[in-house]
Design a protein around this ligand. Structure first.
Ligand code: SF4
Length: 450
């Protein structure tokens, strides 16, 4: 359990000097307890207290970091069982499998898919993060050559190096240099030598077990050997067992603080089916509960995109609405005679409205006003999308320099503010648009600037 604010206060020097950025030691202690301030911000707290607080406030599932520099991939770090309790911290990393017995053309094609399949949604880039390289025949040189090729062609890819042979993983790790890969393949048999390798290169290790009990045992032994960064695979027994293992590990770590399961997991949905659609369905379950990494047999854009969107939706903070940036959005190549519409910055509204406008093919300027993610009527009721705020935004956003006319189309639901808005924007004619976005295409097609 984490420490309370009062317990943390007991470890502070109580100078109330404000150097931590808070008015009192008590205020600072409360923020540290809530995970909203770092204990290191107080320059006077002892190292012993710092360690104690850091240990007590560490998440029950360790955050494991892969990659390096600007391209660090964090997995784990979870603190709750259900998203609505707080939020999930790190989305499961998604990767494509490369095997050393694949021919060069196939490996190239997979690297290409890794680089090609990326989308933007609500201002967020959706893309896979990982390439898993699996050793098939124990040939260290061949394995290293595959790793080298991937590192050169896709340097942003985080790698999972898969082999039960230390010399094979060592050869692959050498090609990664400082770029931390996951050394996957620790079993009861090779545990000692794999732990040595992990300490030597400083990379996290992946447990390859046959059951929950075995995963727990290997994890415990690795911790005893001084390994801190561990990723767990409980073995391919069946989809049901796979799902149950994820839930049991998460519950044990969070509810019971069971340390051997206090690490993110790695999963391989292709082990359970030859049907790629079914494989992605299994992956979609693992996104929700509770994989840290999901390795796929291949990337298919029609399956990968919905998986990415599911991941994005589950791993957004439920306390913060999805928003798009305030500004002017040109749709379908507008010019100085094109219509100007305005709406709020709630991401769903943006996508529905922009989708309808794009579908209409009518060149249009779309003004997005920051309403802190509230939808049109809610924003209006909260005073964030009233005549005064809309007028301020229209004046400062620069749309007047982009069009010759002075006509502004407002959402039909805001018909009541027309008069007020005309007073605030005397140079502009305020036109009431349709109430629903679906009415926009026919509305815009009748648009005339003069
Ligand atoms: S810097 Fe430390 S001693 Fe000073 S107010 Fe903050 S917590 Fe208290």
């Amino acid at each position: 359990m984490g420490l309370t604010g009062i317990q943390i206060l007991g470890m502070l020097p109580k100078k109330n000097c404000k150097e931590c950025g808070f008015p009192t030691c008590l205020a600072f202690a409360m923020k540290v307890a809530a995970g909203q301030a770092d204990i290191a911000a107080c320059p006077y707290v002892s190292e012993e207290a710092k360690e104690k607080i850091a240990e007590a406030s560490a998440p029950p599932i360790r955050t494991v970091k892969l990659g390096s520099g600007e391209n660090v991939l964090a997995i784990g770090g979870e603190t709750v069982l259900f998203r609505h309790e707080k939020r999930f911290e790190h989305p499961p990393a998604i990767g494509i499998l490369v095997r050393t017995n694949m021919d060069e053309a196939e490996i190239d094609a997979r690297i290409e898919k890794f680089k090609k399949y990326r989308w933007e949604r609500v201002g967020v880039e959706l893309r896979p993060e990982v390439i898993a390289v699996e050793d098939v025949d124990g040939d260290a040189a061949k394995f290293a050559a595959s790793v080298k090729k991937i590192r050169e062609a896709a340097p942003e890819a985080v790698l999972v190096l898969m082999s039960e042979k230390k010399e094979v993983l060592a050869a692959g790790a050498k090609e990664c240099g400082e770029y931390k890969a996951l050394l996957y393949g620790v079993t009861l048999d090779n545990l000692k030598e794999m732990a040595e390798l992990a300490k030597e290169v400083g990379f996290p290790v992946g447990v390859k077990a046959d059951s929950l009990a075995e995963a727990s045992r290997i994890s415990e032994e690795l911790m005893k050997a001084g390994i801190k960064d561990i990723v767990l695979d409980t073995g391919p027994r069946g989809v049901r067992e796979l799902y149950e293992d994820q839930v049991i590990m998460r519950r044990a770590a969070i509810k019971k603080r069971y340390k051997p399961f206090g690490f993110p997991s790695i999963t391989f949905p292709y082990r359970y089916t030859d049907n790629i659609v079914l494989e992605y369905m299994i992956a979609s379950v693992l996104v929700a509960k509770y994989a840290g990494m999901i390795m796929l047999s291949d990337f298919r854009p029609d399956l990968l995109f919905p998986l990415m969107v599911e991941r994005m939706n589950i791993f957004t903070d439920p306390q913060r609405p999805l928003v798009v940036e305030e500004g002017i959005y040109p749709l379908n190549g507008p010019d100085e005679n094109s219509p100007v519409i305005i709406t709020c910055n709630f991401a769903l509204t943006y996508f529905i409205v922009s989708g309808e406008v794009e579908g209409s093919r009518v060149p249009t300027w779309m003004l997005i006003k920051d309403t802190e993610g509230l939808s049109v009527l809610t924003a209006w009721a909260a005073g964030k999308f009233g005549a005064d705020t809309i007028a301020d935004f229209v004046k400062k956003c620069g749309i007047a320099e982009k069009v010759k006319h002075r006509k502004l189309i407002i959402p039909g639901y805001l018909a009541g503010i027309k008069g007020e808005l005309e007073e605030e924007l005397p140079d502009w004619e305020i036109i009431i648009g349709p109430r629903e976005a679906s009415g926009l295409p026919s509305f815009l097609k009748e648009w005339k600037a003069a």
